[in-house]
Write a protein that binds this ligand. Structure first.
Ligand code: DAH
Length: 341
């Protein structure tokens, strides 16, 4: 028992005087004292030689020895860590830790491109709220309550107020601009819109549009066609052809939908264009006189054109994205492919 006690005192001294110079030294300490064949285990092995009546005292001695060895180990490790950290902060010549950079979202890339194309010809950017009231989203756009065209744009209503909806199109921003600004007005309005649709590869409950509006004296359908033709050749290349099909929108008269020659197959026919050689990209028309009147603008003096395009659709055609859901799944493998844009 006395021999054991003496032995422990020697070890305790060694533990207390240990110099934790670096991680390797600390590891040596750990192996020597706390390892599976270390001193703490060894001295516990001595218990079997201790007479029965001394076992209790011996147990206490061994326990406090073990606790000392462990506590000092923690303390030395802590010292090493702080020393390490201090020197890292001090060494400003070390290269920094590189942080991974994110990428622009493909829809944002397309949106930016659309904006810069229209900015070049004098359009400025306008935005509006995503939670809209009935007047700005429907009624002022010549789409009063019970108008059948509302059926095509079923959306989400806000229970707090039956007059509020998640806007179904960026045409609502036309209304907001016309109530604030007198012509000439030349704006492009990008943003998120909502529809009550079942989510699939081709439809989603939210998507993005960019709206264009030009109201001034003497604005004609020829101006509309030329402006959109300019947009298409800037966006998809000089070889792209356009065609206009008569259509119906309550807020324009006459109205049209515009197709471009399929950029994937060059017009020969493929899956993207459903073998027609053409893909629809937007709706457009001359601003309806009723709409101008709703905002106190005299349709005998002013005319205007408007158009609305889907940003997902433009991105799909430009980068061949075949499933709408990819845009909102946040899958890095998809998003990384747009890194260089
Ligand atoms: N707001 C229409 C839609 O979401 C798109 C549209 C068509 C916008 C014709 C216009 C327009 O400004 O003139 O389906």
């Amino acid at each position: 028992m006395d021999a054991l006690q003496q032995q422990l005192q020697v070890y305790e001294q060694e533990i207390n005087e240990f110099d934790p110079a670096d991680a390797a030294a600390l590891e040596q300490y750990r192996i020597r004292f706390l390892g599976t064949k270390g001193i703490v285990k060894q001295v516990w092995g001595e218990m079997k030689n201790v007479p029965v009546d001394k076992k209790r005292d011996a147990g206490q001695l061994l326990n406090s020895f073990k606790q000392l060895a462990e506590a000092r180990y923690e303390q030395y490790a802590h010292m090493l860590n702080t020393v390490d950290k201090k020197s890292a902060v001090a060494d400003i010549s070390l290269p920094g830790t590189p942080l991974p950079t994110g990428t622009r979202h493909p829809l944002r890339v397309t949106e930016n491109e659309i904006i810069s194309i229209f900015e070049k010809i004098g359009f400025s950017v306008a935005t509006g709220p995503e939670i809209e009231d009935d007047w700005h989203n429907f009624t002022s756009l010549n789409m009063p309550e019970h108008h059948p065209a509302r059926d095509m744009q079923d959306t989400f209503y806000v229970s707090q107020n039956p007059d509020w909806v998640l806007r179904t199109h960026t045409s609502s921003v036309q209304a907001r601009i016309l109530e604030q600004q007198k012509p000439p007005v030349r704006v492009i309005c990008p943003g998120r819109v909502y529809r009550n649709e079942t989510i699939s590869a081709r439809a989603h409950c939210f998507f993005h549009q960019a709206e264009g509006l030009y109201v001034d004296k003497d604005v004609s359908f020829a101006d509309l066609k030329q402006t959109l033709y300019y947009f298409v050749t800037e966006m998809f290349g000089a070889d792209t052809k356009v065609r206009f099909r008569p259509s119906y929108f309550p807020f324009t008269e006459p109205s049209a939908e515009m197709d471009i020659s399929c950029t994937i197959c060059g017009g020969k026919g493929c899956n993207i264009c459903k073998h027609t050689g053409w893909v629809e990209i937007l709706g457009c028309g001359m601003v309806h006189p009723n709409m101008l009147r709703n905002f106190g603008i005299d349709p005998e003096v002013y005319t205007g054109f408007a158009f609305g395009l889907g940003i997902e659709r433009i991105t799909q055609i430009k980068y061949q994205v075949n499933d709408l859901r990819l845009y909102s799944q946040n899958d890095i493998r998809f998003l990384k492919q747009f890194q260089s844009l």
